[in-house]
Ligand binder design. Sequence first.
Ligand SMILES: Nc1ncnc2c1ncn2[C@@H]1O[C@H](COP(=O)(O)OP(=O)(O)OP(=O)(O)O)[C@@H](O)[C@H]1O
Length: 793
Amino acid sequence: MTARLSLYEKAENELYKLDRSVKGRFYDFCHRFRQNPDHPGLDLKPLKGDGRVFRAKIDQSYRALLAKAGVDERGQQRWLVVAVRHRKHVYEELSVAINRVTGEIEFVDLSVVGPSVLQRAGVTLTPIDQTPDPASDHEPAPPAQAAEVSEPATTAPLPAVEPAEPLLSGVTGEDLRELGVATQLIDLALAVTESAELDQLVSGAPLLTKDILYGLAAGMPIDEVRREITAPVDVRLPEEERHDLGAALARTTVTTIDDDVRDVLEEGDFRAWKVFLHPTQAKLVDRRYNGPARVSGGPGTGKTIVALHRVRHLAEQLPPGHNKPILLTTFTKNLTVDLRARLASLLDPELLARVEITHIDKLAARVLNENSLSGAGKQRIYDTVALGMLQQLLFELDEKRWEAEFLYEEWEQVILGQSLGNRKAYFEARRAGRGRSINRPERAQIWKILEQFTARLDKENRETWGQAAERAARFEMERAAKIQARQDHKDAVGGKDLIHRDDSSGMRYIGHRYRHVVVDEAQDLRPAHWKMLRAMVAPGPDDMFIAGDTHQRIYDQQVTLGTVGVNIRGRSSRLTLSYRTTQEILARAMQVVDTKGSTLAFDDLDDGADNLAGYRSVLRGPVPELVPCNSWDDELTQLATTIHTWREELASGDGGNGPRRDPRGNIAVCVADRDSVNQVMYYLATEAGITVAELTKDGVKGDGEVHVGTMHRFKGLEYQKLAIVGARDGVIPRTSVMNRYRETDPQRFLREERKSRSLLFVAATRARDTLRISWHGAPSPYLPRDHESLRVP
Ligand SMILES: Nc1ncnc2c1ncn2[C@@H]1O[C@H](COP(=O)(O)OP(=O)(O)OP(=O)(O)O)[C@@H](O)[C@H]1O
C-alpha cells in the first residue's frame, strides 16, 4: 500500500535548520515511505504514549515522528510527519492531540520542557533508545530543536527546595483546557513557577498555547484571554470529530510532501515568505465584504501579509482576461518594490499580471499625464521647496501677520484637503483639528495670500504633490460621475444600449479603472488620495481593502474616511499578535506611544479612536539595550563595535543556537536626519571596515551589508538587528519645532508630539530580535528613564 505524506508546519521550519546531508536523507526516507510505509527497512513502530505517534528510521541517527491520519477515499494511508529528531531526543511519551478549540492536530514536544517542571508535574520521559550513537563521530550535531534544550530532558531528582508559588495562580486545569491549551501541557503549565520555565515550556508549544500562557502570565484576565485569543480561532468542533485525526488533518496547516519537496528543503528557508496565515488573519483574507473594509493592528501583526493574501484571493476570483482589475497601492515608493517581490512569490505570473502595483503619488501622476496634453505637465515639487517659495512671497509682501508654516498647513489641510475651490467655500469650511481659530477677516487675508502663492506656483509651472493629488482626484471624480450618469441613463431607458449617446460623448469604453483596490500603509494617504481611489473603483462588494495603523502615521495626513466617501463602518478588524517583534522590544516600543493619562490620542481613520489593546507577541529575546554615550564620536565608535559583534552572531547562528544568517541586509542603523545618515555611513565605511548601503526613497542603494537610513525610510521594513543612534533630546522631538508651537498652537504641538513618537515607534518596531538605542547628551524624552522597566516579567 502507498501513503500520502504531509509535513507539520513546525516540522517544516525545523527541517530548514538541519544539516544538508540529513535533509537529503529525509527526502529519500519520504520517497521510500510513500512507496510502501510498511517496508521493514523503515522500522515503523508506535511509541508507547497514546499509540498514535509512530517513529520510523531515516538513518542510523535520525527518526521521523509520524501520526497516522486514516486512509483516504482511494485507499491510500495518510500520514503526518510531526517532527524529525535525533533518536536520543525521541521519547515514548510523545503524543498528538486534536485541539478542542482549533480542531487542529497538535504535536507537543515535551523534550524541550525543563526537568524541574516535568518533575513537579510528575512526568517522566523515557528515551526510545539509550544505546550509544554508532555514527556519533561523523554525525552533525543534533538539530537546532535539540540544541534549544539547555538542560537534559530526563528527570534527575532535584534538591528539595521550598515550593514556590505557581506562575499561573488562580487558573485551573479546566480553565486552560477550555481556553485551548494543548492537553499535554496543562499540568506542566500549572507547575511552572518562573518565567524562564514558562519560556522553556512554550518553546515547543503550538501558537495558541503560547499565546494563552503568555497572556495569562502577563496578567490578562481569563475572560479577556477567552475573548481576544481563544474566540477568534474557535471552530466549534463537533463532538464526533474530537478524536478523528483524518478530519483534523484537513484543518491543520501542512505542506504536502511530493517530489518538489527536495528542492524546497535544499534551498533552505527560501520559502520564508510562505506564511501560514493565523486563523484571525485568514478570516480577513477570505471574507466577502459589502463595501470598503479596514484592518488595523500594531507593527508586525501581519497587515501587509494579509493585504498580499487578500490580493491573491481577489486575483483568483477574477474572470479570465488580460487587463489589470486589481490595484495594490501604498504610500512609500520603496515599499512597492518589496510588495511586488513578495506578491511574486505568492502568485503565479498570469495572476500577478492582473495586478497593478504602484505607489499612490505615481498613480496620481499617471492620471494627470493622461489628462494633460503632451509636454504640458507641471514640475512636481516637494513641500519643503514650496514652503520656501511661500516664505519668499511673505518676505516680498512684507507680510508679518502669519507664519509661512501655518499658512502652508492651512492650504494643505483645509483648502486642498477639502478641495475648497473659492473664497466662499473657505469662509464656510470646518477647520477641525487646526488649533487656533480664525475669524472671517483673517480668512479673507489668508485666502488672498494663498491665492497669490498658487498663482506664483502656476506661473512657474510647478505644483506640489498635494496639489497633484487634488487635481488627480478631481479628474477621477469627474470620470466616476460620467460613469454614474451613463448608468443612470441606461437604467432610465430600461437597460437599452446607448450606442448613439456613447458615440457622440466618447463614453462607450469608459468604466471604472479597477474592480478591487487594496491599500497598505493607509494611515499616511492624503484626503485627495482617498477621493481618487474611491472614484477609481465602483462602490460595491469587495471594492476596497485598507490596511494601516495610525500609531505609525509619520506624515501629517489626517483623514476621516467617512468624509471622503469611504465607509468602513462595521467592516473594521484589528490584528493583535505580532509576528515580528519580541515581547521585550514590544514592551519598550509601546512606552513610546503610551498616551494614557495624556491628551494625545490616535484615531481610527474615521470618527473614532484607535488603541493597541491586546497587542502582544509570543517571541522572546534580549531586552533592548539603551546606551548613553559621551559624544557623537563615542556613539559612532560604540556602534561600530556592536555591529562587528552582530555580524559574528549572525554568521555563527548565535553561537550555534539558531540558523546561520548572512549579515547582509539583516543589520540596520536608523537615524533622525539625512546629515546623520551620511556621517554614519562615512564612519562605518572608512573607519570601521563595514560596508554600507543607504536606504533611499527608491529602496536600498548599493549592496553594502549594513543598511543605513532615516527613520522615515524604515516604514514597513524589518531587520534582525537594529541600532537607532542619535536618539537625543532636541532631535527626537525637534526642540525648534516643539518650541514654536508649545504656546502658540497647542493642537499643532500635540500633533507634532504624536508624529515624533510615531516615528520612534516605527523605528523601534523594525527590529526582529535585537534593538539598541544610543544617544549623547540628554536622551529623547520618549525613552523610558527607568531602563529596568523594559524588562518583561
Ligand atoms: N501568520 C504568520 N506566520 C508567520 N509569520 C507571519 C505571519 N503573519 C505575519 N508574519 C510575519 O511577520 C512580519 C510582519 O508582517 P507584516 O509586515 O505583514 O506586518 P505589518 O502589520 O504590516 O507590520 P508594519 O505595520 O510594521 O508594517 C513579517 O516578517 C511576516 O512575514
